[in-house]
Ligand binder design. Structure first.
Ligand SMILES: Nc1ncnc2c1ncn2[C@@H]1O[C@H](COP(=O)(O)OP(=O)(O)O)[C@@H](O)[C@H]1O
Ligand SMILES: [Mg+2]
Length: 401
């Protein structure tokens, strides 16, 4: 089986620091760039789609400070932002989902256009909505729509749109927070790990029951990344729960037990990342996992194991990673196609694959991406960016080449 790629292409307009971006994603994609270059903003655009569909558009915008914080601030004063995701579903059907959202004079916002097309514009299923009015659809009758919501939520009750709704809402985005992972957690269903790891005890407990082989993979990698840790399990404490780690202690015959409370940031973050990567099980599997700076708080020696875990996970779930760590990228076998370069120039974020010279030297195994990053040689391809500036892709309309 070839590695699954759910989101094949992302086009963004005026999303936070990103004026325009049009990139292809692979089974495993590293977004590489300096601090503040806009890596998180790219992931956040996908995260917003998930949040807006799983909850509501209003909430997703509010959590981010409202439309004024989400749309790009610049001298050109764009009043709207737009997102187009091209995808391939499990059954092999391809399509795109796109919308743009603009400010209204009377404060507030509206969905200006929303379009979902599966297997071709005229073939369908598809729909297109403009400012709360249905313009075209393969499906009749069509549920009522309004301009302040994404219609995909309303049509998710229809069999034909359910798969894309389910896939978009089962994307997971992670920026793990050891402080919250340490606290006692309320028992929950634990099907999908939450963004900062606030329900990790439940997710581990769930995997112990329904995905023991995944739990084994997690434990194996955890031990490679943090050699003193022998294992981890969910522990109930009264009405709450936490994680309990088994750890080797010098001179002790049996491993000692420690609650999450007493574990290091690095260990907790590593467990969080591994859980995010390997949480898929017979019950439930994420369609895409986005991970922020997995190397944070880890010893550089752990990089190889981490890289290996990312590659292994991407055999069954699409993975996107943000990083500015040369250590994580220090691998001559890393494909030049797995990298997207993010930089910040002229007040905006630009994202593209690496320039030709860097791609060649990686392809020929002359330099690893990590070495190129140290040499400051991981620039986005300027020709592609120039070309895109002249011929920007429409968010809506036919499938792109
Ligand atoms: N609405 C916006 N308009 C323009 N720039 C923004 C907006 N929101 C955030 N930014 C800019 O994005 C940058 C941070 O990007 P971020 O994705 O967090 O960087 P990274 O993850 O690469 O460290 C900051 O410099 C911030 O000023
Ligand atoms: Mg960031």
């Amino acid at each position: 089986m070839s590695a699954p790629v759910f989101i094949t292409r992302v086009v963004l307009r005026n999303y936070k620091s990103i004026g325009y971006c049009d990139v292809h994603l692979h089974a495993l994609t590293y977004l590489v760039g300096a601090n503040g270059s806009g890596k998180s903003n790219f992931l956040d655009a996908l995260h917003l789609v998930r949040d807006a569909l799983a909850g509501s558009l209003d909430n997703a915008l509010n959590e981010r400070g409202g439309l004024t914080e989400v749309r790009r601030r610049s001298s050109g004063h764009p009043t709207h932002f737009g997102i187009r995701l091209e995808f391939e579903l499990m059954d092999g059907k391809r399509g795109h989902y796109a919308f743009n959202i603009g400010a209204l004079a009377s404060r507030g916002y509206e969905v200006q256009t929303e379009e979902c097309v599966i297997s071709g514009v005229s073939k369908g299923p598809f729909y297109k909505i403009e400012r709360g009015e249905l313009v075209a659809s393969s499906e009749i009758p069509f549920p009522a729509v309004t301009a302040d919501r994404l219609a995909l939520v309303a049509v998710s009750g229809m069999k034909v749109f359910r798969p894309i709704f389910d896939a978009l809402t089962s994307m997971g985005f992670y920026n793990l927070n050891p402080k919250l992972m340490r606290e006692l957690q309320k028992p929950q269903a634990g099907r999908l790990l939450k963004p900062v790891g606030e329900n990790i005890a439940s997710v581990i407990g769930h995997l112990e029951r329904v995905g023991p082989e995944m739990m084994e993979t997690i434990q194996e990698y955890l031990q490679t990344v943090v050699p003193t840790v022998q294992g981890v399990e969910r522990k109930r404490i009264g009405p709450m729960e936490t994680l309990e780690f088994r750890q080797d202690m010098a001179g002790a015959k049996h491993p000692w037990h420690f609650f999450a409370q007493n574990m290091s940031d690095g260990t907790l973050r590593a467990l969080g990342i591994l859980t995010a990567l390997f949480q898929g099980n017979s019950d439930y599997a994420p369609s895409l996992v986005g991970i922020e700076e997995p190397e944070t708080a880890l010893h550089p020696a752990a990089s190889a194991a981490l890289r290996d875990a990312l590659a292994r996970a991407s055999e069954h779930t699409q993975v996107i990673v943000t990083s500015h760590s040369p250590d994580l990228l220090d691998d001559l076998d890393l494909s030049e196609n797995a990298l997207l370069s993010v930089d910040f120039e002229g007040g905006e974020t630009r994202i593209a694959r690496l320039d030709e010279a860097s791609r060649k030297s990686m392809y020929n195994h002359l330099f690893s991406a990590g070495e190129l990053l140290r040499l400051n040689q991981l620039a986005p391809d300027a020709d592609i960016l120039d070309d895109q500036a002249l011929n920007p892709t429409d968010l809506f309309g036919k499938a792109l080449p």
